[in-house]
Ligand binder design. Structure first.
Ligand code: FAD
Ligand code: SF4
Length: 510
């Protein structure tokens, strides 16, 4: 008999493991406290993981597969993947053990050590989910240990997968249409309501409470709207392609108090647990573009495909190229604590209050809110990347380390010294005001740089540049900003630095 492990983020119904029923195979799945509590996870995230796993196990059983499922309340559960596996193998029922490539370094390492310590035949197989292998950087950037341009990687995947290509050339003559994707929302544009499912997960919530797992954030366990089954994930994808994709690219970077997801797909949870595969998501989007009447612009599609085929795959390869040292990187040597209001949303800064408030409410914020509001502030305020990582890893429904840490520590905090991003993503109030309606209802004044009601982003921005001059001055993408800073009068510059100092000394009160 063979024992096959299915991890909580390996719910891939199309995996070749499941193409036929084999009575000599038992699949094992487990809900363990160790995984549910290594970061302060959002309660909706824990519920959705366990619900999706339970549905997946039920579907496997329905198809005739044998499944051993250890739930959080199971008395036989040791709450550690490795300890549970040891006990199962000690029964002597199994002559071989097989598992899929884990996406997380910690589990990959633990499982490798585990199989070496066991006197049993074992096999590691692909998760058959991603478009390229973990070590694709060695193909695209041979001999390099930095300077991995996303655009180069993206073009490689486009060619390799023959994606949005025509006779070996990119469709419509350009690889990237990002320049058309940075529009603010027009005031009178009507925004579609996000598609919400109604999953009653109260039974799992009670089991979690009994197990002493609380989680963070808000929840109505009887009405969980995230997709937790393959059918729901497919429905969400299909509705996104019909109703949201035609405007996706244009308003990809826009933020508003009127909507928490704008035209975004909200498929990251379904993708990351593998209920959806990246290739089927891309196919669905392409097919919707080809068949829609009236036709929508190509840049809406390209902007979306780039996120999945480009950024998502890129982040995974970056992770595997630099773990475990990536998790320790702190380029700017930032060591401040995360302000308390990151856990409550109670700050007078409207942009942060909205982005954090909706994160606590829905376990979701879209990319620009994560990058240019919460991430931007944390970087400007010099927060320790360990603290920032813990927050992002906990709060978002889609947060799994390989894609969270590369986006947070890398793209957002530049703690990797520029492996993921070509420059730090920082801005003053001007960018937030340009891309949102946050500033009009804020306690702080977006145009003021100093004084009691000055927007904190303004002075913190210039003080960040000044404090990190030595580390950033040689970066050609920062030259213009340093030129502006150096043209300021000494008086103005000193006033800005003083204002930033005041704000930094009272971060919790902003
Ligand atoms: P859409 O905007 O509709 O995009 C479609 C899909 O593209 C997403 O579902 C996602 O799979 C993919 N995608 C888009 N941008 C990225 C990116 N930068 N990296 C990888 N995939 C991308 N994404 C996660 O899946 N998990 C995380 O833990 C996570 N943490 C982040 C932390 C920070 C600081 C930042 C700046 C970004 C993070 N992202 C993370 C990337 C991105 O913000 C989310 O994938 C996206 O917001 C998910 O919502 P959506 O499905 O509506 O995405
Ligand atoms: Fe945010 Fe400053 Fe605008 Fe207020 S004024 S919403 S703090 S950027």
């Amino acid at each position: 008999m063979e024992l096959r492990l299915i991890l909580g983020d390996q719910l891939h119904p199309g995996h070749s493991w499941f193409s036929e029923v084999d009575q000599n195979v038992t699949y094992v799945m487990m809900e363990v406290r160790e995984e549910a509590s290594y970061a302060p996870h959002h309660i909706q995230k824990i519920l959705c993981f366990f619900a999706a796993m339970r549905h997946f196990a039920a579907d496997l059983r329905k198809s005739g597969h044998q499944v051993k499922y250890l739930s959080i309340s199971d008395s036989q559960n040791c709450h550690s993947i490795i300890e549970n596996l040891k006990i199962l193998l000690e029964t002597g029922q199994y002559s071989s053990f097989c598992y899929q490539e884990p996406d997380e370094y910690r589990l990959d390492h633990q499982l490798k050590e585990f199989v070496q310590s066991q006197n049993i035949q074992s096999q590691l197989v692909s998760s058959e989910h991603f478009l390229v292998r973990r070590n694709e950087f060695s193909v695209v950037f041979p001999g390099k240990s930095q300077g991995y341009l996303m655009e180069t990687f993206y073009r490689h995947i486009r060619k390799k997968e023959n994606l949005l290509m025509e006779q070996g050339k990119p469709m419509f003559g350009k690889w990237n249409f990002d320049a058309e994707n940075r529009k603010k929302l027009p005031k009178n544009l009507s925004l579609p309501d996000p598609v919400l499912f109604q999953n009653d997960l109260s039974h799992i919530q009670s089991e979690l409470s009994q197990a002493g797992i609380q989680g963070i954030g808000r929840v109505d366990a009887a009405n969980i709207f995230w997709p937790v089954t393959r059918d729901q994930a497919l429905q969400l994808l299909s509705i996104f392609c019909d109703r949201f994709l035609p405007d996706f690219g244009t308003y990809q970077d826009a933020m508003t108090v009127k909507s928490w997801s704008v035209f975004h797909a909200r498929i990251s949870f379904a993708l990351n647990v593998k209920l959806l595969s990246p290739s089927e998501v891309i196919e669905a989007a392409v097919s919707s573009w080809k068949n829609s009447t009236p036709a929508f612009e190509f840049h809406q599609l390209e902007g979306f495909v780039r996120q999945i085929a480009g950024w998502r795959e890129y982040m995974r390869c970056l992770y595997w190229s630099h773990m475990p040292e990536y998790a320790q990187m702190n380029f700017f040597q930032h060591h401040r604590k995360l302000p308390v209001w990151y856990w409550t949303g109670q700050t007078k800064m409207n942009c942060l209050s909205h982005a954090i408030g909706q994160s606590l409410e829905y376990a979701y914020a879209h990319h620009i809110q994560r990058l240019m509001v919460t991430g931007n502030f944390a970087l400007l305020a010099g927060i320790d990347p360990d603290e920032v990582d813990q927050w992002y890893l906990g709060i978002y429904i889609d947060a799994i380390e390989w894609v969270e840490i590369t986006n947070t520590r890398g793209m957002s905090q530049y703690a990797d010294g520029g492996l993921a991003a070509t420059k730090p993503y920082v801005s003053s109030a001007a960018y937030i005001d340009k891309m949102s309606d946050y500033c009009t209802q804020c306690h702080y004044v977006k145009t003021l740089k100093t004084g009691k009601n000055a927007c904190p982003f303004n002075s913190l921005y210039w003080s960040f540049l000044e404090s990190n001059r030595e580390k950033l001055i040689a970066n050609p993408r920062m030259t213009m900003m340093y030129r502006v800073l150096d043209k300021m009068s000494t008086e103005d510059r000193n006033a800005l630095m003083k204002q930033a100092e005041i704000y930094l000394s009272q971060l919790d009160d902003l």
